[in-house]
Design a protein around this ligand. Structure first.
Ligand code: NAD
Ligand code: NW8
Length: 518
């Protein structure tokens, strides 16, 4: 990202002497936890504690839900506000994020370990664009009038669902917050949002900006805390109307179960994938090598969109592997705050151990380790970008989804679904049909990619792939306008784009009997 640009000309992180916002945000005010408990958040690059954060639990979630309910009731300032003013407020928040962009990017990097320039250019840019996109929708959300039989007329109206819960993962803390909050507010809902326990800091700064932007109290409430406590209380709450979740498949299943057993709140899920790429011999080879590698290792491999199964046509297989190794050598591992760094640490010891275990199993089961495969230094959370080739489909690194589902149904234990680390697995294929079948042979269906210069082939293969997104000659090409979500066990519903509005509104049909006809 910073290639060829002198470091001095690039945006720089701010020196954060102290983190300003560490409390629970309810009704535009900062609250200490009812239990009196706090929890620490760490910098994964150094292992140092950044600060302590107030720990929300069930009682704090109840308080946040009460505030959100009062704020969405008919007659409240938020419900009385006209739709274009709602849009103005979302733009106002985007302006404040632009003002605080370096600080937000620095906090995101401290909390996640992702390289600063990625925080600055990708996460902040995507977050701001998502807000502005839904700001534009606020006064363009409307129903239809329907020509019904006999002497009736009918119109539909899109109303807010009510109080929307959101449970956010640690891999894109700010971006996932915006993917959920922006469409929810655009439709006129109020929200209770739980950031991941590993990464609460940027969400809390947004709390301060929400207040400064002038949102009425209770419209946005932020409850930092743990999954089994604060998260589970959102999922099973009797007075939350909808919950949106991004994270592991196992917890996604618990969320849906909790909804079923409580009040049947609406559920949207964005879960994992074992995302396939199909690389044909007629592709632009250098482009395919670079995009699939970025797909696999971007954000230290911690993406729901991670390219984890790369199928390459036999005739270019060896050259593809050779070039992938060359490209991996250019990745700069280092201090995430240094603008030259392109690869940081994994988020936590738990994730690090899981990934190293999977790398070891790959070696043992006979995959060829072409590059990397080790931790960097002692007692750090850094893992080298790693390439396996000659991977047969039966091996554990390739079939982790089957392995995990088996574990889940037998003893309920969680070994995590994806590798979720910087590991690229390259397979070879002979025929197009074979590649499609192998790509589709998964419980998941989040994203896939096709590399070819034949438009015909690109369209034929994209039609056959069972995934919510198909990228052709690109990877991780996400846009606020484009819906994103999974087929099969990768999730339910869509985020982003016009489609996401349907997840945050109820449709009311009003039918009128006309007494007079002409
Ligand atoms: P997770 O699913 O446990 O965490 C995601 C969010 O859910 C966090 O906010 C967490 O606090 C919350 N949560 C956890 N348990 C909950 C519960 N019982 N009820 C309600 N909310 C709960 O993910 P993790 O444990 O941090 O990571 C495990 C694996 O999940 C990773 O290795 C990776 O494979 C996957 N993952 C996927 C994504 C994604 O973007 N799809 C993001 C993070 C992790
Ligand atoms: C929303 C998102 C984006 C955007 C750009 C570039 C690289 C990677 C990602 C990405 C609006 C506009 C732009 C990315 C983000 C999230 C996941 C995986 C990849 N997003 N981007 Cl889960």
């Amino acid at each position: 990202m910073a290639e060829g640009i002198p470091a001095l000309l690039l945006p720089q992180p701010v020196k954060v002497h102290e983190v300003r916002h560490t409390k629970i945000f309810i009704n535009n005010e900062w609250h200490t936890s009812i239990s009196g408990r706090t929890f620490p958040t760490f910098n994964p690059a150094t292992g140092a504690k950044i600060c302590d954060v107030e720990e929300a639990d069930k009682e704090d979630v109840d308080k946040a839900v009460q505030a959100a309910r009062a704020a969405e009731q008919r007659g409240s300032p938020w419900r009385r506000m006209d739709a274009s003013s709602r849009g103005r407020l979302l733009h106002q928040l985007a302006d404040l994020m632009e003002r605080d962009r370096r600080l937000l990017a620095t906090l995101e990097t401290l909390d996640t370990g992702k390289p600063f320039l990625q925080s600055f250019f990708i996460d902040l840019d995507g977050s701001i664009k998502t807000l502005r996109y839904y700001a534009g929708w606020a006064d363009k959300i409307h129903g239809k009038s329907l020509p019904v039989d006999e002497s009736f007329m009918c119109f539909t109206k899109h109303e807010p669902v009510g109080v929307c819960g959101a449970i956010i993962p640690w891999n894109f803390p700010l971006l996932m917050f915006m993917w959920k909050m922006a469409p929810a507010l655009s439709c006129g809902n109020t929200v209770v949002i739980k950031p991941a326990e590993q990464t609460p800091l940027t969400a809390l700064h947004i709390g301060a900006l929400i207040k400064e932007a002038g949102f009425p109290p209770g419209v946005v409430n932020i409850v930092p805390g743990f999954g089994p406590t604060a998260g589970a209380s959102i999922a099973s709450h009797m007075d939350i109307d909808k919950v949106a979740f991004t994270g592991s498949t196992e917890i996604g299943q618990l969320i849906k179960e909790a909804s079923a057993k409580s009040n049947l709140k609406r559920v949207t899920l964005e879960l994992g994938g074992k995302n396939p790429c199909i690389v044909f011999a007629d592709c632009d080879l250098q482009l395919a090598v670079e995009e699939t590698q970025k797909g696999a290792v971007y954000n230290q491999g911690q993406c729901c969109t991670a390219a984890s199964r790369i199928f390459v046509e036999e005739s270019i297989y060896e050259e593809f592997v050779r070039r992938s190794i060359e490209t991996a050598k250019k990745i700069v591992i280092g201090d995430p705050l240094d603008p030259q760094t392109s690869h940081g640490p994994q988020i936590s010891r738990q994730q690090f151990d899981k990934i190293m275990d999977l790398i070891e199993s790959g070696k043992e089961e006979g995959a060829r380790l072409e590059y990397g495969g080790s931790a960097v230094g002692e007692k750090t959370l850094y893992i080298q970008p790693t390439i396996f080739s000659g991977v047969k489909d039966h091996m554990r690194i390739a079939k982790e989804e089957v392995y995990n589902l088996f574990q889940f149904t037998t003893d309920g234990s969680d070994t995590g679904m994806e590798i979720f680390g910087p590991v690229q697995c390259i397979f070879s294929f002979k025929r197009q049909q074979e590649a499609i079948e192998r790509a589709n042979n998964s419980k998941y269906g989040l994203v896939s990619a096709v590399f070819t210069t034949s438009m015909d082939r690109a369209l034929t293969v994209s039609a056959a792939l069972e995934t919510g997104t198909v990228w052709i000659n690109c990877y991780n090409a996400l846009h606020a306008q484009t819906p994103f979500g999974g087929y099969k066990m990768s999730g339910n519903g869509r985020e982003l784009g016009e489609y996401a509005l349907a997840e945050y509104s109820e449709v009311k049909a009003v039918t009128i009997k006309l007494s007079e006809t002409l």
